[in-house]
Design a protein around this ligand. Structure first.
Ligand SMILES: *Cc1c(COP(=O)(O)O)cnc(C)c1O
Length: 386
């Protein structure tokens, strides 16, 4: 029995426990010992248990404060009597809807059980033990997770002090062992974007056999005209993929739908590691309806614009807010963990604990009223915890 296999993480209490385990655990793959379980923002259910019936302002997981697309809810309701039927395994109708949306062809689209699923599928498609991936830091943790599961190495490249991309450093981190480079724009948790000119400069220095995955989970919130955006002709490049999700602007995080857009040659290989029914029937139906819910999209974008303005006012109080193109912002508060705790006691949930960002909290945009309450609480709390 290995020492590592004896130590178990208890997610519910955030503790590590030593336990006697069966001998079969000595035979799990060696690389699993190093994997720290993902720590999600506290779920609605957990919060209700901890905080009782108080009104909870949940600004910790970048969910849409408006809720799900109403058209999606309606379509899902109508689909429920058909739940005894397997879903369409290849998500054909969803891929066609997505293809129309971006002006591309369905064979350039792969749909997953959330973009987390897609990240894992891309990892399984490319990575062998000892391979490397390059990721920006700080950024979304799932890229590294996908690599660790495959026993590949993660090379983090720090963003610049203003949280924009360091293109030179990214290019220099690529080695002959590099199989995937991840970019995230707008980046989570900073809200900053990659400019098209920066992307072009980077691509010019990246070998054609390295797959570049651009995660655009928040792109439909962004306004910056200079940012990298998906253009159909981009996919002629064989080595670029764009990752999107229905979890954020479309308000369907609980449904789990994400997708990758890339050259059809790459897509057909990723299909080989996909589970036959990886996207469920209601998720498919809901996603198609949400794509067409122009009104919900418009309202969600307007809410984010208003929130940017609201949080921007923190600067008048000497509190730094990183300019954000997403539906959240990073706020410099001094002691991030202390501010998190103090807000939590007021039933306001934000996110902290990003490595290297100990003096920040990330706040998801809520309704205008929720934002005002959060800002007021923050102004009180930051004074006390400094
Ligand atoms: C939230 C988020 C996603 C979405 O993940 P899903 O699995 O589709 O819910 C992807 N990338 C980033 C950067 C995110 O913040």
């Amino acid at each position: 029995m290995t020492a590592q296999a004896d130590i178990l993480y208890n997610g519910e209490h955030d503790t590590w426990e030593v336990r006697r385990m069966s001998d079969v655990t000595t035979r799990v793959r060696g690389n699993l010992a190093a994997i720290e379980p993902y720590k999600p923002g506290l779920s609605d259910e957990t919060l209700r248990r901890e905080l009782g019936n108080r009104r909870i302002i949940k600004l910790n997981s970048n969910e849409n404060a408006l809720g799900p697309s109403p058209l999606a809810i309606e379509a899902i309701r109508k689909e429920l009597p058909r739940l005894h039927l397997y879903p369409d395994g290849a998500s054909d109708l969803v891929r066609e809807a997505i293809a129309r949306h971006h002006g591309i062809s369905p064979d350039q689209v792969l749909v997953g059980n959330g973009s987390d699923d897609v990240i894992k599928l891309v990892s399984e498609t490319f990575l062998e033990p000892g391979d490397e991936i390059v990721v920006p830091h700080p950024s979304f943790s799932q890229y590294g997770f996908g690599a660790q599961v495959m026993d590949a190495r993660v090379r983090p490249v720090p963003l610049k002090p203003d949280f924009t991309y360091d293109v030179d450093a990214m290019a220099e981190a690529v080695t002959p062992r590099t199989k995937i480079v991840y970019l995230c724009t707008p980046n989570n948790p900073t809200g900053t974007v990659l400019k098209r000119s920066e992307f072009e400069a980077l691509m010019a220095r990246i070998p054609d056999d390295v797959f570049v995955v651009v995660d655009m989970a928040y792109d439909n919130y962004a306004l910056d005209e200079e940012r990298l955006q998906l253009r159909p002709e981009e996919l002629q490049r064989g080595n670029v993929g764009f990752l999107f999700t229905f979890s954020k602007l479309y308000g369907l995080a609980g449904l789990r739908v994400g997708y990758l857009v890339a050259n059809a040659d790459v897509i057909q290989f990723i299909h080989r590691v996909r589970e036959p029914f990886n996207v469920n029937r209601v998720a498919q139906i809901g996603a198609i309806a949400a794509l067409e819910d122009v009104e919900h999209v418009r309202r969600s974008q307007a809410l984010a614009s208003q929130a940017r303005f609201q949080y921007g006012r923190l600067a008048e109080h000497g509190i730094r807010v990183v300019p954000s193109e997403a539906n959240f912002c990073l706020v410099e508060v001094g002691d991030g963990a202390a501010v998190f705790e103090a807000l939590m006691r007021r039933a306001i949930l934000v996110r902290t604990g990003f490595r290297g960002l100990e003096s920040y909290v990330r706040i998801t945009f809520g309704t205008p009223e929720e934002n005002e309450m959060c800002i007021a609480a923050l102004l009180e709390v930051v004074g006390q915890t400094h």
